[in-house]
Design a binder for this molecule. Structure first.
Ligand code: ASP
Ligand code: MG
Length: 428
């Protein structure tokens, strides 16, 4: 069995879907994982945000646009005005949620997941139907019935042990050897829909590969392979031919947008190679990630935006901040806030965290526990792994940073987004 994953950008229009069909043509024993088409997840996040703020009309307008976008792709693929009943039903279910549910903020993550999951349910329905229509016989798999995840909405992990039998059983007696399933989604033990974190389809594909003992997994993208920097931000980005699992994990955790950080473990555990390949040309090698790959030798730049920097200090002056770390981190966990950089001194603790809906609640809780909190919003975190002198001079030395951490392998800085953007404009 092989596993192919197609991201939203690769199926953003009818040409993209035809290209997917071309890539999988003639393949057997293939499990295809697909994300939501184009920017559908962002649009569904807006639907959710309207729901959160009791703007039913705006939510319905947004759904109408999402439906029109998909209808256009369907008509283009079938070459005439076509209605797919299953797709119409899914849009009906989505509308019912918006119009009938009484929303409670304490359930924010649950409703977020319920709504954004429609992107993948719709995209896979269209793609599976289209492949059958053109003769690539396949079966649509509902990942909510095969992936049992943790009871943790918006950032769930798949319980591989619990999902194994279900996934395997869903492939049996189907009479086909090509399967199409949704990335990004699963179901919690209580039966509600969960999502695995933004960009989580890579992780879905890796779990499928692990459970099915796949010979390889390929991620088809709109780039040549893994690059050493985001070409939209940094000029001179170049392709990396080979990456070890370990380097990839480090990169993904620092915020490189190549692959979701949770993707590597399930593959590494079974030594399954991961290919990152350009969907525009299936003959090109892309990048191979695997246990035998050499240590990467070029510098790698990773920028993480939408961060908040918190400086936490004990009100009763104490030099033993360490004793309070446990308490602080359990609060971060309680409010589901992810930390990406820790900077501590004798008296305070600096944390670079993801911007989240619950930052203000965390701040309040910390203050109630006797901490003073200073908050700097709209910062970014730049990591340069295997940096060299030139890069150090260009991006690090003499620049305005809130925090700078330098070690022989990597330098990491937290800075205001506006300072970083000004810096980029200057460098050109
Ligand atoms: N559709 C989801 C997202 O946009 C999952 C994914 O693309 O991997 O985040
Ligand atoms: Mg994506």
């Amino acid at each position: 069995m092989k596993v192919y994953k197609f991201g939203g950008a690769s199926v953003k229009n009818a040409d993209g879907v035809r290209n997917l069909a071309h890539i999988v043509e003639g393949e057997e024993n293939l499990f295809i994982i697909v994300s939501a088409m184009g920017k559908t997840t962002n649009a569904l996040e807006r639907v959710f945000s309207h729901m959160q703020n009791q703007r039913k009309q705006e939510a319905n307008d947004e759904i109408k646009q999402i439906q029109a976008y998909h209808a256009e792709i369907i008509d283009d693929l079938w070459g005439e005005k076509t209605e797919i009943n299953e797709v119409t039903l899914l849009f009906g279910q989505l509308r019912n949620i918006i119009n009938d549910i009484t929303y409670r903020h304490s359930d924010a993550e649950l409703w977020y997941d319920t709504i954004v999951a429609f992107g993948e349910l719709i995209s896979t329905t269209i793609i599976s139907k289209y492949l059958n229509h053109i003769g690539t016989r396949n079966r649509w798999i509902d990942m909510r019935t095969t992936f049992i995840t943790s009871q943790r909405h918006k950032d769930a992990n798949v319980d591989i042990k619990a999902s194994k039998l279900r996934l395997r059983a869903s492939l049996e007696n189907t009479g086909v050897s090509v399967f199409v399933g949704q990335g990004f989604i699963g179901a919690a033990p209580d039966g509600t829909t969960t999502t695995l974190g933004r960009e989580g389809s890579d992780y879905s594909a890796a779990v499928v590969a692990n459970i099915l003992d796949a010979e390889s997994m390929s991620v088809w993208k709109d780039v040549e392979g893994v690059l050493n920097a985001d070409p939209k931000v940094f000029k001179d980005a170049v392709k990396i031919d080979e990456l070890s699992y370990l380097d990839t994990i480090e990169l993904a955790y620092s915020g490189a947008q190549i692959i979701h950080p949770k993707t590597i473990k399930p593959l590494q555990n079974k030594n399954i190679p991961l290919y990152v390949r350009p969907f525009s040309d299936k003959t090109k090698p892309g990048t191979v990630i695997g246990g035998d790959a050499k240590h990467v030798s070029m510098p790698i730049m990773i920028l993480k935006r939408d961060q908040v920097f918190l400086v936490i200090r004990s009100r009763e002056f104490s030099f033993v901040m360490e004793e309070q770390f446990g308490e602080i981190f359990s609060m971060l966990e309680r409010f589901r806030i992810k930390t990406h950089l820790i900077h501590n001194s004798a008296v305070d603790l600096g944390l670079c965290v993801d911007s989240s809906w619950h930052i203000d609640e965390l701040e309040k809780a910390l203050e109630e526990e006797g901490f003073d909190v200073e908050k700097i919003e709209n910062v970014c975190l730049l990591t340069i792994r295997y940096y060299n002198n030139e890069l150090y001079h260009r991006y690090i030395r003499d620049h305005k940073h809130i925090v700078r951490q330098v070690n022989p392998e990597a330098v990491r800085v937290v800075m205001r987004a506006e300072d970083f953007d000004a810096e980029l404009r200057q460098i050109g």
